[in-house]
Design a binder for this molecule. Structure first.
Ligand SMILES: [Zn+2]
Length: 303
């Protein structure tokens, strides 16, 4: 397919709690970019009364309901739910079967996989048409979805492996669990963080246009990191960098899933402290994390 006709997707892969929602909002203020959120979760949230950042339930949101109706009219499916289910069959990040199939290229000529590719491209094309933006940001994070997008002849994938210190991720997961009266053991968070980043490393090696970004570096020097992403994605971020320098407001599009900050009207890029966990995470948890994920921490230059 002609490169210009392909849908350019700027995809963020890696662990959750890594700051992708903020990046999604900031990049979505570029005149050619639409930042829709975690697009892989559309199937889960669409019929579940989940709220879009515009405050409407997704099924009533003017934007997403038009996108989904348009998409479902173009795929041969009985209903929306079964259409989305096909995505999760290919993209199941914790399914060994899905990884084996992708790794060895099994079933790539099957009708089922072709249908999956078509369904994904029709959905993204619908987002492109309704948003009237050329480039789509997808912060699904799932590395297997990134791999499937790379295999899709209609997609021009630009992949950012976004990583944040796993101890900050652990602290964030623990805090949420606490609020819901659950427990999130450190060992589980550490294993999850190391595993998902290893999976993302593997996929990164299979993708042509890709870059590795640390969230802490983005907060420290947003201009440098945005230029790095821009160079890889062939997008000029000068205006966005100027907006950050001027401490402008960033408006929020119809973001369908992700961090709660998306529910504000606008956000500012604040040099939010990224090291709050250092004081809050207890030393036992820090030690457990270091023992279990030492090599991954080192690999991403975390001490
Ligand atoms: Zn909306």
């Amino acid at each position: 397919m002609d490169k210009d006709k392909k849908i350019k997707v700027l995809y963020f892969a890696g662990s959750g709690r890594s700051g992708s929602t903020i990046l999604n909002i900031i990049l979505g203020n570029h005149p050619h970019i639409f930042g829709g959120g975690e697009l892989q979760n559309m199937g889960q949230v669409y019929n579940a009364n989940k709220i879009c950042s515009c405050q409407s339930p997704l099924i009533h949101c003017e934007f997403w309901s038009s996108v989904v109706n348009d998409w479902s009219s173009k795929i041969e499916e009985d209903n929306i739910t079964s259409g989305f289910k096909k995505w999760s069959e290919v993209e199941g990040v914790f399914s060994i079967k899905s990884w084996v199939k992708m790794y060895f290229g099994i079933g790539k000529k099957d009708a089922q996989f072709k249908e999956y590719l078509k369904s994904t491209s029709e959905f993204l094309r619908s987002v492109q048409q309704h948003s009237k933006k050329k480039v789509l940001v997808d912060i699904s994070k799932n590395p297997l979805r990134a791999w499937a997008l790379e295999e899709n002849p209609d997609i021009d994938l630009r992949m950012v492996h976004l990583v944040r210190d796993g101890r900050a991720v652990t602290w964030s997961l623990k805090r949420t669990a606490e609020r819901q009266n659950r427990k999130r053991p450190t060992w589980r968070a550490a294993m999850f963080w190391a595993l998902i980043n290893r999976m993302t490393n593997l996929v990164r090696s299979k993708v042509e246009h890709r870059t590795l970004v640390r969230y802490e570096d983005f907060i420290e020097n947003p201009g440098l990191v945005l230029n790095q992403i821009g160079e890889m994605a062939e997008i000029d971020f000068t205006d966005i960098i100027n907006n950050i320098d001027k401490n402008d407001d960033f408006r929020i599009d119809h973001v369908m899933a992700g961090n709660g900050i998306r529910k504000a009207d606008t956000i500012k890029f604040e040099t939010t402290k990224t090291d709050g966990w250092i004081k809050k995470l207890n030393s036992r948890s820090k030690n457990i994390f270091k023992i279990l994920s030492y090599s991954s921490l080192k690999k991403f230059n975390y001490r």
